[in-house]
Design a protein around this ligand. Sequence first.
Ligand SMILES: [Zn+2]
Length: 300
Amino acid sequence: MPELPEVETIRASLARDIVGKKIKAVSVTNGRVVRRHKTAKEFRALAEGHSIRSVERLGKNLLLGLDNATYLIVHLGMSGQLLRAKGPKDPKPKHTHVVMTFAQGGELRYVDPRTFGELYVSKGPVEGQEVVISKFARLSIGGDGLALRKAVPELAHLGIDPFVDQIGWDRFAAVLRSRSTALKAVLTDQEIMAGIGNIYADEILFAAGLRFDRESESLSTIEIRRLHRAIAEVLTDAIKHGGSTLDDEQFVDPDGQPGTFQNFHQVYNREGLACFHCRQPIMRETVRGRSTFYCVKCES
Ligand SMILES: [Zn+2]
């Protein structure tokens, strides 16, 4: 499943060439991906004719800011891809569900074999609606996160985005100390931290030297600072390498290029292989149906 670094890789790529372009036409060939709208026609009508003025990200969501101050949101689900194409003659990949054609030429296609992802245009808060923003996101001391959540009520529940929201280690400490939950569950709960999933939680916890099942409230100040730093460092590194593309998954950027961060994973998918730091075999444990990879010696 694409996580923050993969979605950020797509965002940065799209920001380079679709800002200023006008959505001339939208075709939807699988209504399931626009299921938040009553009909595919409604989705099309909200997008067509508008120019894109920004490409942003919040958690695992991509936000295309339109010229009427609404946002077209893309969530890639398990296997979604956004691919650019020169025009309708470019061969369409199987499972292409939505095609956006730009007035200036070129297309952006949404491809999703498993169809867990979705696209929708948020109409913004309805008149008189009070948008209830996540209490964790409200700890932010800067960044664009609060404004984005106010503009897109569908995303108001999202927790702290490690880059879009600014939160120092001291406020992060308050989040951790407010609950007695296993660290990995805290990191991957989108209503506490937005954008981190199974892969990066394991990599972050290894970088911080903390076990996945440590109770969040048990961390010392030094450990909290280590974890806070590891979140920024691991995600920044992953973005630099264009995200992770695993054998069984299909993450590619809009040009069809896979990421390379999988070559730098320390623990994820390395069960039985020697830890790069201590040579102990990496362990795998299944928690609530999902694999967790960790080093017994390096994480405590
Ligand atoms: Zn180790």
